[in-house]
Design a protein around this ligand. Structure first.
Ligand code: NAP
Length: 247
């Protein structure tokens, strides 16, 4: 297990799904967590689970697409814990449909949350990391950003852009001890993939050399590694966690 003892982390979209498993994984390694999400009910549940692990946690209800909300989240985290060592930009949405049917608002919503949300949170946190001359930023992208996917032009564009953003910010701040990396999950077993009919899920699995879906823990373990001192010389990278479906 990675050593993140007493590190302070913000995880967005952490009330459920992959983000929650990332927050719990970081807490198991010793980090205290600002758990942020737009969904307040599940947020408080996630905070309780982290506290059960013996770590401190606060719930921050916010919308990553609002820069003001992101700034308030950073302020509350610093007021509570004194500093921020790690930001995990995990909040993300899909609004899938083919281009012929895609409405302008479906394009805008996905870009606003997945890309602008990543910009907003990173912008809000970078000054304090710059001043302390250390920090780690981990952006959750997707295999779709590298491969493309029919019916996901908005989502794939946002996740490809997150890769470009990651590399640019990595170049800007490498000289002051800040690393910026992306994790690109493949097909991960979540409520979303559970809802897919068996036949379609089997077709997805047949594309994966590992012949199984990934678990949220596979993503969380990679985030914990990148968040640790073991990864201090890794920056500007996209780490694919996909059982080999894209290489
Ligand atoms: P999820 O279960 O839908 O969880 C995402 C969380 O983010 C939800 O609690 C959601 O709240 C919250 N959220 C949505 N919009 C937000 C906003 N504007 N501000 C703050 N929080 C917001 O999704 P997931 O499957 O765990 O995915 C997590 C990340 O992994 C996403 O970036 C996704 O693109 C990426 N990813 C997932 C997979 C996969 O197979 N699941 C594969 C590759 C990449 P609501 O539920 O209330 O909207």
């Amino acid at each position: 297990m990675m050593d993140l003892k007493d590190k302070i982390a913000i995880v967005t979209g952490a009330a459920q799904g992959i983000g929650k498993v990332i927050a719990l994984g970081l807490a198991k390694c010793g980090a205290d967590i600002a758990v942020s999400d737009i969904n307040e009910v599940s947020l408080n549940e996630a905070v309780k689970e982290i506290e059960t692990l013996g770590r401190k946690a606060i719930a921050v209800k916010m919308d990553v697409s609002s820069l003001k909300d992101c700034e308030a989240m950073v302020k509350k985290t610093v007021e509570t814990f004194g500093r921020i060592d790690l930001l995990v930009n995990n909040a993300g949405i899909t609004r899938d449909t083919v281009l012929l049917r895609m409405k302008e608002e479906q394009w805008d919503q996905v870009i606003q949350v997945n890309l602008k949300g990543t910009f907003n949170c990173t912008k809000a946190v970078i000054r304090s990391m710059f001043k302390q001359k250390s920090g780690k930023i981990i952006n959750i992208s997707s295999v779709t950003g590298a491969m493309g996917n029919a019916g996901q032009a908005n989502y794939a564009s946002s996740k490809a852009a997150v890769m470009g953003f990651t590399k640019s910010i990595a170049r800007e701040y490498a000289h002051c001890g800040i690393t910026v990396n992306a994790v690109a999950p493949g097909f991960i077993k979540t409520a979303m993939t559970d809802a897919i009919p068996d036949k379609d899920r089997d077709a997805m699995i047949s594309l994966i050399p590992a012949k199984r879906l990934g678990f949220p823990e596979d993503v969380a373990d990679t985030v914990c590694f990148l968040a640790s001192d073991m990864a201090n010389y890794i920056t500007g990278q996209v780490i694919h966690v996909n059982g080999g479906m894209y290489m």
